[in-house]
Design a protein. Sequence first.
Length: 626
Amino acid sequence: MVGKFVEFFGEGTSSLALPDRATIANMAPEYGATMGFFPVDDRTIDYFQGTGRTKGEIDAFASYFKAQGLYGVPKSGDIDYSTTLKLDLDAVAPSVAGPKRPQDRIEIGNVRSTFTELFSKPIGENGFNQAPERLAPGIKTASGLELHNGDVLIAAITSCTNTSNPGVLLAAGLLAKKAVEAGLKVRKHIKTSLAPGSKVVTEYLEKAGLLPYLEKLGFNVAAYGCTTCIGNAGDLTAEINETIAKNDLICAAVLSGNRNFEARIHPNLKANFLASPPLVVAYALAGNMMIDLMSQPIGKGKGGKEIWIGDIWPSSDEVYKLMKFAMNPKVFKANYAQVDANPGKLWEKVKGTKGQVYDWPASTYIAEPPFFNDFSMQPAASGGAIRDARALGVFGDSITTDHISPAGSITDSSPAGKWLLANGVIKADFNSYGSRRGNHEVMMRGTFANVRIKNLMIPPTADGSRIEGGLTVHQPSGEQLPIYDAAMKYVADGVPTVIFGGEEYGTGSSRDWAAKGTQLLGVKAVVARSFERIHRSNLVGMGVLPLQFKGADSAQALGIAGDESFDIEGLDGEIKPQQDVTLVIKRADGTAQRVAVLLRIDTAIEVDYFRHGGILPFVLRQLMAA
């Protein structure tokens, strides 16, 4: 379904409540679509009524869709779709996704076997490349806590897609209630949290009598906003981090978000699983991904009695009886009225600035970006051949925007961490890349700095494994450097650089800094087997050429090691969308190889963006000329 708009229709669609529809629509990244959407019908109106919309608003909304002939869920045969897929709701099974990508779905009964298999599979096959005999033995921390591979160390109900659905929140609360009553507990070293989407959630969990049970299991309300899903869970204890790193343990996080890319949740947790809120609570109770919830007890309760998932899993009827607390118009009106009436003391302290020009503060969080430095109404000469470029990185398949521009924590040994320390920020106040995205000095230093990224230019270790982290080999010196440091050397010397990737380059969140950071490092082109749609567009928007290998060609097939220099020819004169250009690989032995690659500037307007050096200068010149 990649690149597709997915409309849901049919009898099964009609039976779904609007929160379930919203969850499915918003989880489009999991099934690869550009978007998923549901038609408007009576269930939509029911939801609007239950969330405090006025009668006038609802009547206007319904009248519009009815007048357009768009009201109601189509039945089979009503619309001639380009492709029709059938999904039997009876066949839907409880699942998690992971351990590295949101599209990798695992049915609950297969989690143990899948984790066991991936534990020893090669990295290139989405595995962890560990010896099978290392899976079972436990390792003790300095204080005597025993850790195992597969241990759940973070369990978070996050402010994300699932958490906007009251059905699954109530189910999580009911499961917690039954677990507490059965005598089950969550081990104290597991970091648990509840980050609702709004205060409405807290209120209906309280009124349903479920919040105290979640709190007894450690799921206290931590925040209202993005938390664990973007790396804001906070750190694990020092001894746990040390034990994981020293023994290369594959420990886990389970969260109800919709992103789980490498190092996004926590730099030391290599296995991250997306799950519904009740399953988050269940795995927190189980404590390890190697416990098969379908064939093993989840734990022992009062009197040592074995408790199974079926003993505490709530029924649909139990959830439905409590839905009245979640769909209360008065609660929604009262909570959202506070946004205008009582914004809070911090917001009130924000003072307006005079004039039309922003007064940039001295801040490590926000700074004036350099995108308009030396701006003029006349575009600088762009296009033309790229000569004697060097490879800044050679990467394999499935390089995500989290690999390119991480959102999670900042280490003190990274270029970004060193810059923050030099600017008076102590390590405890580093926060995350996601929180500092307003400062280009941090973000460009974080580009390609993910602790799990593997640059194939770095020679493998003695056992054949690949070194992880944002390192590269500077040419022609041969010096191993952080990618940022090498990039600045190339920029200072006037040497253009290129990035090589494999299949699905740029998948994941459509993070603009993955393209902005690439441009600020001086990268002129990214050459890959295939591109994620939005990231390709973002690269063009920043004036970086996306080039696609043709046929069976790839960096590996062509023997690109990173010690070569490169020319890109065929960009002189008029540029046409999706034309062929030539990649010239000039090897250290003096030989050269010419390879045709596809220019992934796909439209005429993108040609204009590139000619102007990117969409930002293009738009500014259009505005100033108007």
